[in-house]
Design a protein around this ligand. Structure first.
Ligand code: SF4
Ligand code: SF4
Length: 376
């Protein structure tokens, strides 16, 4: 296991952080079904050198913190740092924040949380957190020793990220990043900005929800032609760890073999480890994925609202994602939501308003029908 120093904090951490939200191999909505298996996985990771565990109040239907707490008995707590999170939806004032933190400490069976994050905030959420006094609460809890570091996790735009980052004395940030998302959300710009301020960055979605772990044919051909053979997962993690601002890369594992594989990968990744040829390969891989794009919709929403109720950018986004990453449309949450909201292309009235408004001059009406047909 390679270890890194977390920016201005000077804390030593394993580069691989175990994400504790996928113990059933599913999204965070489910509960932990096999608790003993989850405990074994957590301990296997720690025994292999992992020192960073990431959980959250809401993960696995609020059971993730409980299973992490149980796994950290028998002396394991002292070997790791714990990151957990406060969801805006569960707090409304000082009293409820105190109650939530107390509940989390109890579930985690610990007297302090190392990294305490405001969970998945954008600018609006941050303003709301300020309104209920969360920054003062975090300051006070840090003074009392109940939390060690004040942090946030983020899924908004770069502009919002820069605003929030500069608006408070943060100790750490957690962002979504992978070689496909370099200009999405906080992106590489956000990573550099945090780095300039000495704020360590923890990475989530390094494999884009697992979508980057299986390469489509045109991408696999690039990997196959490269003289050094590595799996798509290894290339993705290696690319992230190449960036010195990255402190920890989170990876959720549901099988002992996945932990083993990650321990092997993170034993060989270091900042600045990729040479020019490797970096060029990743750029080519990115372009090969993007070449699979179905339609050049930027998601600007100038075409919205649609008088027929069609979620135009939503449908195009799902169409592109399914094509880029060869995923099953039947399992696509975005498509499910569009169907639930009755916002499919079958609601189009062919009025033409969207095409007149689209700055990309996309033939929206015809392409919507094509997308809807292909998505089944
Ligand atoms: S043409 Fe169809 S999709 Fe476009 S605005 Fe009219 S109803 Fe909506
Ligand atoms: S206006 Fe055009 S580019 Fe913008 S979201 Fe609508 S379809 Fe996409």
């Amino acid at each position: 296991m390679k270890y890194r120093t977390m920016g201005k904090l000077g804390v030593k951490t394993s580069a691989f952080g175990l994400g504790c939200m996928r113990f059933n191999g599913e999204a965070s909505g489910d509960t932990v079904i096999d608790e003993q298996k989850a405990i074994n996985l957590i301990r296997q990771a720690i025994d292999g050198g992992v020192t960073y565990l990431d959980t959250a109040y809401v993960y696995l239907n609020k059971t993730s913190e409980i299973v992490v707490g149980k796994a950290l008995r028998d002396g394991y707590r002292d070997k790791v740092t714990i990151a957990t999170k406060m969801p805006l939806g569960s707090v409304s004032d000082r009293q409820s924040m105190e109650a939530l933190l107390a509940e989390e400490l109890e579930k985690l069976q610990t007297d302090h949380i190392d990294f305490y994050l405001m969970h998945g905030i954008d600018k609006e959420d941050w303003e709301q957190f300020k309104t209920i006094g969360a920054p003062q609460f975090f300051d006070d809890m840090k003074k009392e020793g109940k939390i060690r570091y004040k942090c946030f996790s983020f899924h908004g735009s770069y502009e919002d990220f820069a605003y929030i980052l500069n608006d408070y004395d943060w100790d750490m940030v957690q962002i979504q990043l992978n070689y496909m998302d370099i200009e999405n959300q906080a992106g590489l710009k956000g990573l550099k900005l945090a780095g300039e301020k000495g704020i360590p960055v923890v990475i989530m979605e390094g494999l884009l929800g697992g979508r980057l772990s299986h390469a489509p044919e045109n991408v696999q051909a690039l990997y196959d032609a490269f003289p050094v053979k590595r799996s798509p997962v290894e290339w993705a993690f290696r690319w992230l760890c190449h960036h010195p601002e990255v402190a920890v890369v989170l990876s959720g594992c549901n099988e002992p073999e996945q932990i083993e594989e990650n321990l092997r990968i993170f034993d060989a990744v270091e900042a600045g480890a990729m040479d020019e040829n490797e970096l060029q390969l990743m750029e080519n891989v990115r372009k090969a994925y993007l070449a699979r794009t179905k339609i050049g919709c930027t998601g600007c929403k100038y075409c919205m609202p649609c008088p027929g109720g069609v979620n135009i950018p939503g449908i195009f986004s799902v169409w592109n994602n399914v094509s880029l990453y060869c995923t099953d449309p039947a399992k696509d949450w975005g498509l499910k939501r569009i169907r639930e909201n009755d916002a499919g292309a079958d609601k189009c009235l062919s009025c033409g308003a969207c095409e007149a408004a689209c700055p990309q001059h996309l033939p929206i009406i015809g392409q919507l029908q094509q997308a809807w047909k292909e998505l089944g």
